[in-house]
Design a protein around this ligand. Structure first.
Ligand code: NAP
Length: 327
């Protein structure tokens, strides 16, 4: 496992870290035993950074992480998120009263005195025009409730705006082989402002593992079933907003590029690490075997220019027209 500096924080985090949404909820049933198995495997593989949110399984993901931290000796940095408890996303919802209540809830669930990194959880774009919201976060740092804060965003335009606030340490954004715009328009700015980048949805919700097929089915409580058209949250969070069949066709092209002994999941994650502006990828994993496979990608050799060019070619031809201008 290799480690990279996270923004201007003191932490060097595993470049393949762990996303804890699926062990919380919205991805079909995952038992506590499976979830703890996945988390423990991550730590055994060198992961020292976990991304979660208050709403993942209504606090379940945070509580499982608290259990993990209690049972392991290593330092584990936890990033959580706030904002999605609002019944309707409004700028006014990001009030001092609400932010304090969400933070207190997460502190209880995580069983800690200060949150390592709190991220605004894809708030409406207009929040980035409200310095007072970032002022509240600064106050929460001063009060010892947060160590650092950052944002999770949907669009590149929001990432650029958010990083104008001097104490934003990290931007979480969808970045994967099917979502390349952040590299074109945001990474240079993030590097210059010394802001960490958490690449979320790195496997395009499983499409980039190469295991999905046209007839794959998902249970009713899996967002790959209920959010395919964006019925519950932004459609971009499910399969990166890429049309399912178009994604499958692109995967067949990508398969031809696999070096021997490398799985498509590992290829997709190693591709992300080719961008030095990225702090880490945060793949979700429901089972220990998935986590072990994903973590191994950190140790793969860098890709050649030819491979990078071929991946970009597949993106340009098959995916870019579907997503590039949207996020
Ligand atoms: N708005 C936000 O801030 C936001 C939104 C989305 C995600 N996130 C964060 O980003 C993290 C990662 O994104 P994500 O979980 O949505 O998507 P992802 O990492 O692209 O996909 C994760 C899913 O792919 C499957 N998978 C993982 N590794 C695999 C492997 N080696 N082989 C086969 N299948 C594998 C698993 O599901 P199955 O086994 O069921 O296929 C897993 O749950 C989340 O956990 C969360 O922490 C944040």
């Amino acid at each position: 496992m290799n480690y990279r500096q996270l923004g201007r924080t003191p932490w060097k985090v595993a470049d393949v870290s762990f996303g804890a949404w699926a062990i919380g909820g919205s991805w079909g049933q995952v038992s506590d035993t499976e979830a703890m198995g996945a988390l423990n495997k991550a730590i055994d593989s060198g992961v020292n950074f976990i991304d979660t949110a208050d709403v993942y399984g209504d606090g379940r993901s945070e509580r499982l992480i608290a259990q993990l931290k209690k049972s392991r000796k290593q330092e584990i940095v936890v990033a959580t998120k706030a904002g999605r408890r609002l019944p309707k996303q409004t700028v006014e919802g990001y009030s001092r009263q609400n932010l304090i209540a969400w933070v207190e809830d997460s502190l209880r669930n995580l069983a800690c005195e200060a949150i390592d990194l709190l991220q605004l959880h894809c708030p409406p774009g207009a929040v980035y025009e409200r310095p007072e919201v970032f002022g509240i976060l600064d106050d929460l740092v001063k009060a010892g409730k947060l160590r650092y804060y950052g944002v999770s965003v949907q669009a590149v335009s929001e990432a650029l705006k958010a990083t104008e606030y001097p104490n934003v340490q990290s931007v979480q954004i969808i970045f994967n082989i099917f979502r390349q715009r952040p590299a074109d328009e945001f990474f240079a700015v993030a590097k210059q402002r010394k802001v960490g980048i958490l690449a979320r949805v790195p496997l395009a919700s499983g499409l980039l593992t190469g295991k999905l097929r046209q007839d794959s089915t998902f249970s009713g409580d899996d967002h790959r079933n209920f959010n395919r058209q964006g019925a519950s949250f932004d459609v971009g969070e499910t399969f990166s907003g890429v049309d399912y069949d178009a994604g499958l066709a692109a995967v067949e092209e990508l398969r031809k590029l696999l070096p021997s002994g490398v799985t498509l999941s590992q290829f997709a994650l190693r591709w992300i690490l080719m961008f030095d502006a990225v702090t880490c990828a945060i793949p979700g994993g429901k089972r220990a075997e998935q986590v072990a496979e994903n973590c191994h990608s950190s140790d793969l050799p860098p890709f050649s220019k030819e491979i990078m060019k071929a991946v970009r070619g597949i993106y340009e031809a098959r995916i870019k027209p579907l997503v590039h201008s949207r996020w």
